[in-house]
Structure formats: C-alpha cells, structure tokens
Design a protein around this ligand. Structure first.
Ligand code: OSB
Ligand code: MG
Length: 368
C-alpha cells in the first residue's frame, strides 16, 4: 500500500435530540475523520469514534489525535504494509488506544478495497446484500420513548433498544411492553447496576427482552458470569469487550450469550472479524453496535454486518436518526427494515466534501 498522504480532520455536529443515558447527555458529537491517499490518487476513509470526554471509554478526541500524530502514523510511515490485515499486528506494539487504532485501520481497509475495485463487504467476506436495521431510544421519559418507538416502527426498524438504569427500568419497560407486546426489545444498562441489584435485574425477566446489554461493571467479566446463572434474559457484553481475547474469555466463562461488536472500539475491522469468526464457530450470535457515528463509520459498520454471524439486528440506523445532514452521499437510509449493503468499491458511499468542510474545525495533512 503506497501511501502518499494522510489528512486528519476534527469535526463537530449537533445531534437532532439529546442522547440520554444514566451517564449523562450527548448533545454535540465531535469526531475524527481520516483520509488516506495512495500514490494512484485513491482515497480511503476512516472515522475515530472517541467522544470529547472519557464517559464511555478512557479515550477522547484529544488522546486519539495524540496517538495518531505522535505514534500510529509515524509507525506506519516507518513500516509500510501490503495489506490492511497487517495493521493490527503493527499497532499492537502500542498498548490499547483501540479507538485511535481503529480510525486508521478502517481507512486502510477502505483504501485497499477501493484499490482492488471491490466492495469492502466482499473484501471482509460478507455474504448479505442487506443488513437488518435496529435503533436506539435514549430518553428518560416514557411518553417520549413511546412516541419515538411509534415513529421508528413506521420507518421499519426491526428491533428497538432502550437505555435503562435503576431509576428507569421496571415501570418503564412494563409500559413499553404493554404498548408493544410482540416487539423485539432489548435494554442497555451501560453498567448502571452492581450485583447488589440482582433482584431488580431478575425482575426484568418478566419482559421477554432479547437481551440485557452490559448490566454490571464496564470492565467486568466475572460478575456477569455469576449474574447470567441467575437470570433468564441473555446477557450481551459491550463495554467489557475490547479485543478478541476479551470475547474469548467472556464466552469461556459464560459471562454472556451474545456479543456486541463495535469496530471503532475494538481496534478495527481485522479484530472485529476475528471476534466474529470465533463467535460464529461457537454458535454465539453477534450484532454490530453503534457509537452515535457519522456516515463513514456507519458505512464500515454496514460492510462488517454483512458477515454471516451478524444474525441479530444491530444499532444500524439511518443517517437521519441523529443528523440533519450527514457527511456522506447518499446518506444511509432504511428501507423495509433493512439497509442495503453498497455494491460500489470500498465503503460504497461518497464523502460530501462540502459538508465535511462545513463541520470540520481542525485539519492537518501528513505527507509520507
Ligand atoms: O452503549 O451502545 C452503547 C452510543 C454511544 C456510546 C455507547 C453506546 C451507544 C449506543 C448506540 O447505544 C447508539 C447508536 O449509535 O445507534
Ligand atoms: Mg451498549
């Protein structure tokens, strides 16, 4: 891969509505955009999914920029690679910082797929031509939640995920379940509980949830295994899964029955595929998690979710779920409950350069 330059952007966009969890509200989303151009003038794109503050993982936009400009990009300059699957091993000499790594790694995959004139989904081994769409409701009001779900069902979403916490669980879910007796619903607790709350969590078995996502500690594997023995609802791990090894340990210990794979959080597409392949072999269903992402990251998620093990609808929603105007054309849309996997080269969406310039607030170009 003959790289000529890497362009880094920091951009910012307001969300249409605040995204509420027990950890706080996201109202404005900062993000990093990476454009890698090769000697033939072909460009691949990646997106860094760290937030402005370390509320969800320890990384931030600033720590990612530091890792990228001071370590990851210099490492790639000194050690040219032939294939994006080599990046993950190269980056492993730097501890963690998986969001920074994924931003660069996913751009290398897009570039490689484009240089082969191939859709990224095919490069990754994807088999689906469309992926099932799911959406997240993140509000603390039951009335608002029901109004949003009504709208999302009109738009065709196949699965609804709601954010819960000890302040917003039994009565909230009871009301939603009463309104939609047969709807595939899952609940994401983002580590709002501890083992002391076991009776509270057990009670949620009443609602026939598809799964409960990350009820306990964000870095826990052990206590989730103890909890899973006590509840019927399958546990899905999100925050606890930051690598292939995390996934292997969680499955071996019985800490979860489902895994949420987030490309942007686990270091990129190579690691995502390794987790997928392992889970597929073990019969553990996986789904593709979302991070309130812009179009580039959404596109990477769609290509990944075309792999055969992604058997549950993920956080795969349309661009207009969060944004007035996304940075890709066409925008991601949901039709009859599915998002079409693009057939064009690479991620299969064009970058809307005009929109990117509008929302970009910092830019640097590194020439190789
Ligand atoms: O826990 O899954 C999560 C968004 C930001 C950070 C963490 C999480 C989320 C979501 C996904 O719930 C929302 C989406 O992008 O669809
Ligand atoms: Mg989650």
């Amino acid at each position: 891969m003959k790289i000529r330059s890497i362009e880094l952007h920091v951009m910012e966009m307001p969300l249409k509505d605040p995204f509420l969890t027990h950890l706080g509200a996201v109202t404005v989303r900062e993000g990093i955009i990476i454009k890698i151009t090769n000697s033939d003038g072909i460009s691949g794109y990646g997106e860094g999914v760290a937030f402005s503050t370390p509320w969800y993982t320890e990384e931030t936009v600033k720590t990612c920029l530091h890792m990228l400009t001071d370590f990851l990009i210099p490492l790639l300059q000194k050690n040219p690679i032939d294939h994006p699957a080599q990046a993950s091993n190269l980056f492993s000499s730097l501890r963690r910082n998986n969001m920074a790594k994924a931003a660069l790694e996913t751009a290398l995959w897009d570039l490689y797929a484009k240089s082969q004139a191939q859709p990224l989904s095919r490069t990754l081994g994807g088999t689906r031509s469309a992926v099932a769409a799911g959406v997240v409701v993140a509000t603390d009001s039951t009335t608002k939640a029901i109004r949003q779900i009504d709208q999302y069902l009109i738009e065709g979403y196949q699965r609804i995920k709601v954010k819960i916490s000890p302040k917003l669980d039994y009565a909230f879910l009871a009301e939603i379940r009463r309104s939609y007796p047969d709807l595939p619903i899952m609940a994401d607790a983002n580590s709002a509980y501890s083992l002391k709350d076991i009776e509270r969590i057990k009670a949620l078995d009443d609602f026939n949830l598809l799964m409960i996502e990350q009820p306990l500690g964000y870095d826990d594997i052990l206590e989730h295994a103890l909890l899973q023995k006590e509840i019927k609802t399958p546990i899905c791990l999100d925050e606890s899964i930051n690598s292939y090894d995390d996934a292997r340990k969680a499955i071996e210990f019985g800490s979860c029955k489902v895994i949420n794979i987030k490309v942007g959080k686990i270091g990129g597409l190579y690691e995502a595929k390794r987790i997928h392949d392992y889970c597929f072999e073990k019969g553990i269903p996986v789904w593709c998690g979302g991070m309130i992402e812009f179009g580039i990251s959404r596109a990477h998620n769609i290509s990944l979710a075309s792999l055969p093990g992604f058997s549950i609808p993920g956080d795969i929603s349309s661009s207009n779920r969060f944004w007035e105007d996304d940075i890709i054309t066409p925008e991601v849309t949901v039709q009859n409950g599915f998002v079409t996997v693009p057939s064009g080269p690479g991620i299969g969406y064009q970058i809307n350069e005009k929109r990117l310039q509008e929302v970009s607030k910092w830019k640097e170009t590194i020439v190789f």
